[in-house]
Ligand binder design. Structure first.
Ligand code: KG4
Ligand code: ZN
Length: 337
């Protein structure tokens, strides 16, 4: 029998539901974002997020089932993000999932959001274990060795900001639009990455950890020096700052991934997260993979950013190992892999 699961995700600022089959077919994947709701506050506001999730979750689930042409009775289980994340949103998802499984007599599986991201390359590219996973988004930055659905080994990660967060902050201090990743990348295309020297934090030390907050501060300092010397930033200055910053992030991510692959050889390097959309960063990581003789896998962006198909998939992987959660399933704001 081929399993079919409903997945539910509400741990940050996207409300999502999806129906996925065990053979990797995504029958539906609905994502309702909240960017507009949080825009005026310059970041995700937990109270607003929780309320929006509570309002939209059942609509997303209904839509996901309708698009898949299914009712609850056609499912083999429900998987829901049980953390880590903003607890109000997580609770809203977990409560809805409990209601659904209680009514329909279905199994329930609570999923770690990070495991959802980390297992996505198996959904999209049917790769086997083990593989090395680089998760780079606005909230995450981890190098994980993935040995099984619940066997993750953290080889390194950021000790401060996530790289997407750094892109967003750099965009803010250069007066560019949010989210910062795409706008910094667009500016960087016209810039010279070598003109303004920026640091490559932590590369002078052993290990695979990363740091991005000092890099952001270095951009701020370089900006202020240019402003003081010239009385303002030129269009070219801004492009050069973006290009220099982007090159530094790419170097740090590539070098630490290279080290992780050297210390823990794996047949596949997979990347996920919004930052993996960056062409310069992606090219640097592809080089690292090819130098190490590893296959490079980057799931399509809509499955790299927050979605519920990855939760349904991770839930099925755990279910096959015998994992079941009861009505006691609790949401967890913190839940390391
Ligand atoms: O995975 P994601 O959609 O959300 C989570 O953080 O979970 O990632 C969003 C982050 C934002 O910080 C955004 O600025 C960054 O990914 N991002 C990029 C690019 N597109 C999105 N960063 C660099 N280059 C891009 N092209
Ligand atoms: Zn995420």
């Amino acid at each position: 029998m081929t399993l079919t699961f409903l997945g539910i995700e509400s741990s940050c600022d996207d409300t999502a539901a999806a129906v996925v089959r065990e053979d990797g077919t995504i029958l539906s994947s609905v994502v309702a974002g909240q960017t507009a709701l949080h825009a005026e506050f310059g970041g995700v506001v937990p109270e607003i997020a929780a309320r929006a999730h509570a309002e939209k979750l059942d609509i997303c689930v209904e839509q996901a089932l309708a698009e898949a042409g299914m009712g609850l009775s056609d499912l083999d289980g429900v998987a829901v993000t049980a953390g880590p994340g903003l607890i109000g949103g997580v609770m809203a998802g977990v409560m809805l999932a409990k209601g659904l499984v209680a009514g329909a007599g279905l199994p329930l599986v609570g999923v770690n959001h990070l495991a959802g991201h980390a297992l996505t390359p198996r959904l999209t590219d049917a790769i086997g274990y083990p593989y090395l996973m680089l998760l780079v988004s606005g909230g995450h930055c981890q190098l994980l060795q993935v040995d099984g659905p619940d066997a993750f080994r953290r080889l390194g990660g950021t000790i401060d900001d996530a790289p997407g967060e750094a892109f967003d902050k750099v965009a803010k201090l250069l007066g560019l639009a949010q989210p910062g990743g795409p706008s910094v990348e667009a500016e960087a295309r016209r810039g010279d990455p070598a003109r303004i020297a920026l640091p490559r934090p932590l590369l002078d030390r052993p290990g695979c950890d990363m740091s991005f907050s000092g890099l952001k501060t270095a951009v701020l300092r370089a900006r202020d020096q240019l402003v003081d010397a010239q009385g303002g930033l030129t269009v070219q200055d801004r492009a050069d700052l973006c290009a220099g910053f982007q090159a530094a992030v790419a170097d740090v991510l590539a070098e630490q991934t290279r080290r992780a692959l050297a210390q823990h050889p794996a047949p596949v390097l997979a990347v996920a997260g919004g930052v993996a959309a960056n062409a310069t960063i992606r090219a640097a990581l592809e080089n690292v993979a090819s130098d190490a003789g590893a296959q490079f896998v980057a799931p399509p962006l809509r499955l790299c950013t927050d979605n519920a198909a990855m939760i349904a998939w991770a839930g099925m992987e755990a279910f096959r190992l015998g994992r079941r959660d009861g009505m006691g399933l609790a949401g967890r704001p913190r839940w390391p892999l």
